[in-house]
Ligand binder design. Structure first.
Ligand SMILES: C[S@@+](CC[C@H](N)C(=O)[O-])C[C@H]1O[C@@H](n2cnc3c(N)ncnc32)[C@H](O)[C@@H]1O
Length: 283
């Protein structure tokens, strides 16, 4: 009898671990576990995903570049940028001359992103930061994107509100919604297509368009109502806020520093390490 209970226990534990770690990719175990799993798989990520450049260009790079077309130097924030899949296809578009900030909480994914985007390094900034707090002024970006990541965040709706906050009026939001069998394994983190659209409308976004994309994801395009606000390229000091006290920061050599002495280090690979703030007292 004891053996049956033991074997049953092991099977249930194995199934639970498979659900939590493989199917849900650590989503219910907190951002530390999610990030750890992405840190571990960062070097293999592109091989696992085997992105097809033509497909990326057709569904992401070209339509986003065209949507931003009339702006001379659009400024884009890619939340949970991973290995910079969006940046790579966008910068290959002939008509695109903007700047992109890629934010992610996995430092190792950002390391890969830096390596993969060397030809466009001048137009890119990567920030190591949790998406639940976007360290930017309101109404800043011409486009805010987040692909295949929202369901891994502890509070996806909060991240959506943050994304809408930093998007300028008239700006474009491009986001994925998990669908299909994958979504069934992530209750509370995924939404039916109708619910997701209504959440986007509540942000508020308008002109929402759902585009079938992959077996596991729909693409959703939307626009923030209104048409004012600063447009295009600005220096990082003008838009970056201290993640600890929300004060403006200034650039001094290898750091960004706010009036309260909180420092964001610019690492050797150029990544802004805002997830690890130090103060002048630490020196
Ligand atoms: C499936 S990958 C998607 C990466 C990229 N957007 C793409 O489409 O290839 C999910 C990404 O979300 C990031 N991520 C998960 N939770 C995060 C959080 N709380 N803040 C920022 N990034 C997060 C992971 O580190 C990982 O790079």
């Amino acid at each position: 009898m004891i053996w049956i209970v033991l074997i049953l226990g092991i099977v249930i534990l194995g199934a639970l671990l498979y659900w939590q770690l493989i199917l849900a990719e650590g989503a219910y175990l907190g951002r530390f576990v999610v990030t750890l799993l992405y840190d571990w798989s960062a070097r293999l990520y592109d091989r696992i995903k085997s992105f097809d450049p033509g497909y990326e260009q057709w569904f992401l790079g070209r339509p986003l570049s065209m949507a931003l077309g009339v702006l001379p130097d659009p400024l884009i924030l890619d939340v949970a940028t991973g290995t910079a899949r969006l940046a790579r296809t966008l910068f290959q578009q002939a008509g695109f001359h903007g700047r992109l900030i890629g934010l992610d909480y996995s430092r190792k994914m950002l390391q890969e992103a830096v390596k993969e985007t060397r030809p466009w390094a001048e137009q890119l900034t990567f920030i190591w930061q949790d998406a639940s707090q976007l360290p930017f002024e309101d109404n800043t970006f011409d486009a805010v994107t987040c692909l295949e990541a929202l369901e891994f965040m502890p509070d996806p709706e909060h991240v959506l509100r943050e994304m809408a906050r930093v998007l300028r009026p008239g700006g474009i939001m491009l986001i994925t919604n998990r669908i299909g069998s994958g979504a069934r394994w992530m209750p509370g983190r995924t939404y039916t297509p109708d619910t997701f659209q209504s959440k986007l409308r509540d942000l508020p976004l308008e002109m929402i368009r759902v585009q079938p994309w992959q077996e596991d994801y729909d693409l959703l395009w939307g626009r923030k109502p209104g048409m004012d606000g600063p447009v295009g390229l600005r220096r990082l000091e003008e838009i970056l806020l201290c993640p600890k006290c929300q004060a403006h920061v200034s650039h001094k050599g290898q750091i960004f520093i706010c009036q309260n002495g909180h420092q964001i280090l610019i690492a050797e690979d150029g990544v802004l390490e805002s997830a690890r703030i130090s103060t002048t007292r630490d020196l």
